[in-house]
Ligand binder design. Structure first.
Ligand code: ATP
Length: 239
């Protein structure tokens, strides 16, 4: 079932075309990656979905068949879309506990407690640091907290912008594997934006490649891995 649908979406900043007639969809329960180099338009795509950037007229962004265009970002979040932006955007002066509490402010206290306990079970690194000020966490722990905040918010779709940024591959793999487990056990859906193709391909069901604002390739992971251009660009060192 199509959960998120993007049709003919273009976006510009002044005269700069960041997205050009993009078509993409995410089905319920899928892990979908959008790959592309710096400046390809990946972050802009997520910002359009979460209502932070207004697309050009004539396109469609819909969630559960309802249009998101023109809907305010906080209302889009309330519909069940959590956006974990580049740089994570946690509250650095609040503790781990407080960051999770704020994220779950719109759900009832009992549910928030259950969700928070689930986050601590998944990310044990956070469970031992509940009272620690978030700004003093390591990069990997901050990424876990940012994802934890999305989970506590009781969302259906999590969109994560460059989870690997600035982190050691082993930490990224740990985070990605946990995410995949969460998706499978909780029936959540994940849209990842990444430059690191190798990691994303290991965990995704389907992939879109974005280049200068345009989708140049898309398909199931196995087909993408076979693509000659992809092999040259991302796997040149592999046999
Ligand atoms: P990165 O991986 O480096 O974050 P990206 O694929 O996420 O890149 P975007 O951040 O979406 O790419 O940027 C797409 C294009 O839009 C780039 O040319 C960028 O310079 C431009 N752009 C992004 N944000 C703005 C802005 N606020 N004002 C003007 N131009 C912008």
């Amino acid at each position: 079932m199509k959960l998120l649908s993007i049709e003919n979406i273009s976006a510009t900043y002044g005269g700069i075309h960041a997205l050009r007639a993009v078509n993409l969809h995410v089905d319920s329960g899928e892990v979908v990656s959008v790959l592309g180099p710096n400046g390809a338009g990946k972050s802009t795509l997520l910002r359009v979905i979460s209502g932070l950037v207004k697309p050009e007229p004539g396109g469609v962004v819909s969630f559960h068949g309802r249009s998101l265009i023109g809907v305010e970002p906080y209302k889009i979040a309330r519909q069940g879309i959590a956006h974990v932006p580049e740089g994570r955007q946690i509250f650095p002066d609040l503790s781990v506990d407080e960051n999770l509490e704020v994220a779950g402010v719109r759900i009832d206290a009992g549910k928030r407690k259950t969700k928070t306990a689930e986050v601590y079970e998944l990310f044990t690194e956070l469970a031992t640091r509940k009272k620690q000020i978030a700004g003093s966490l390591s990069g990997g722990e901050q990424q876990m907290l940012a994802i934890g905040r999305a989970l506590v918010s009781d969302c259906e779709l999590i969109m994560i912008d460059e989870p690997s940024m600035g982190l050691a591959p082993v930490i990224v793999m740990r985070i990605f594997t946990t995410l995949r487990d969460i998706m499978e056990s909780k029936g959540l859906t994940l849209l990842i934006v990444e430059q690191n193709a190798r990691l994303s391909l290991q965990l995704s069901d389907r992939v879109y490649v974005l280049s200068q604002g345009e989708i140049t390739l898309d398909g199931p992971v196995d087909l993408i891995k076979e693509d000659e251009e992809m092999r040259e660009l991302y796997f040149a060192t592999e046999k």
